[in-house]
Design a protein around this ligand. Structure first.
Ligand SMILES: *Cc1c(COP(=O)(O)O)cnc(C)c1O
Length: 374
């Protein structure tokens, strides 16, 4: 393909930092680059505490451990999301309860959340689709009324805000992804943001194989011991070095992505298709750009049409509520997920990355406009 769907961005100082970390003598986790990346993430998200992890998937697994989820506990979440949002809780024996998305933002439908609450519900997991915020005010009210924890799967939302407040600062816990397809990347990586002070110390222990090694390194205990369950969720400082370079270039990455997003949005305004909706009060970080075709057959035509012009378009998500594992481990909330089932069959994602040129954007737009007129 002439225009790939994604091309990982190489930050100006990335190679320099990678070499520095690899030759520093500290290549295991929690070295100087991990601290630096954590500080940059804290500045961006306003989170109380930031722990780098090996992936967003692992950060989500940590949220399930931190919330002490037990078999049979229920977690409300959208069906329109990546599998890791659900898997993390299924691994603890908890039951994902799938709620439909809104037809405009494709975010968890806040109006449908409360009807899905039962005496076994422990948490609501929100995914800010494309980094456009969920209606956090309404969701927080439901959570408060029923004593539920809120978790943000903020894989798309780094740098986004809801009513001026950064995404990742709303949930007791929030997770980030630095997978190669995300705005900021170190190939594979993630972070757990801990906003509830009471969970900070245990989060450190779970991430360090269930030991208090973090406290030992800070000189707070004279040896480290096995304190709790846990696993190895901390990334090498070499990966954190690449991530640090990317975070230092965040403004530049965002400027380029925003230019592409805005160019698509204005150029496709007149075309006969559905474009993303961004409600007032939502500042999004241009994570993805999608259009909705009128029906599944036209969606396939659009992807083929673009491929014929050298443009790689993609689709996602396969709804979780009707996936084989979703049916086995989860259940559908009252009202079902009709919007999710409909949009998932009509959605097309256009190439969006920091290295796209104006000419490439024009080529994509021309392909879409030609298809829409056909
Ligand atoms: C990318 C993504 C994940 C998984 O991230 P990894 O870092 O690859 O584990 C989870 N949730 C959502 C919504 C994502 O987009």
């Amino acid at each position: 393909m002439q225009i790939p769907f994604n091309r990982p961005f190489l930050a100006p100082r990335e190679l320099e930092y990678l070499v520095l970390a690899a030759s520093s003598g500290h290549t295991s986790g929690d070295g100087p680059f991990t601290r630096r990346a954590g500080e940059l993430l804290r500045d961006l998200t306003g989170a109380r505490s930031v722990l780098l992890t090996t992936s967003c998937t692992h950060a989500l697994e940590m949220t399930a451990l931190l919330l002490d989820l037990r078999p049979g506990d229920e977690v409300i979440m959208p069906s329109f999301t990546f599998v890791s949002t659900a898997n993390a809780y299924v691994l603890r024996g908890a039951v994902p309860v799938f709620v439909d998305c809104r037809p405009d933002t494709l975010n968890l439908d806040e109006q449908a959340v409360e009807a899905a609450v039962t005496p076994r519900t422990k948490a609501i997991v929100v995914v800010h689709y494309g980094g456009v915020a969920c209606e956090m005010e309404a969701i927080e009210k439901v959570a408060e009324r029923h004593g539920l924890a809120v978790v943000e799967d903020n894989a798309h939302g780094l740098g986004g805000a809801y009513r001026g407040r950064p995404l990742g600062s709303f949930g007791a816990l929030a997770t980030q992804s630095f997978h190669a397809t995300k705005n900021v990347s170190c190939g594979e990586g993630g972070a757990l943001l801990v906003n509830d002070e009471r969970l900070v110390e245990r989060a450190e222990i779970l991430r360090e194989k269930g030991t208090d090694r973090s406290r030992f390194f800070r000189g707070q205990v004279d040896r480290y011991r096995w304190m709790d369950v846990g696993s190895s969720y901390l990334p090498s400082d070499v990966l954190a070095a690449g991530l640090t370079a990317q975070l230092e270039a965040f403004d530049e990455v965002q400027r380029r992505r925003r230019a592409v997003w805005d160019a698509y949005h204005s150029a496709l305004a007149g075309a006969d298709l559905v474009r993303p909706t961004v409600p007032d009060g939502c500042d999004h970080p241009s994570h993805l750009y999608y259009v909705l075709a009128p029906d599944p057959a036209r969606r396939q035509e659009l992807i083929r049409h673009l491929a014929g012009r050298g443009v790689e378009a993609a689709f996602h998500y396969q709804p979780l509520h009707c996936a084989p594992a979703g049916e086995r481990y989860g259940r559908v909330g009252p009202g079902g997920c009709p919007v999710t089932a409909d949009v998932a069959d009509r959605l097309v994602r256009l190439p969006l990355h920091a290295a796209l040129t104006e000419a490439e954007v024009a080529q994509v737009v021309e392909g879409v406009v030609q298809w829409a007129a056909g």
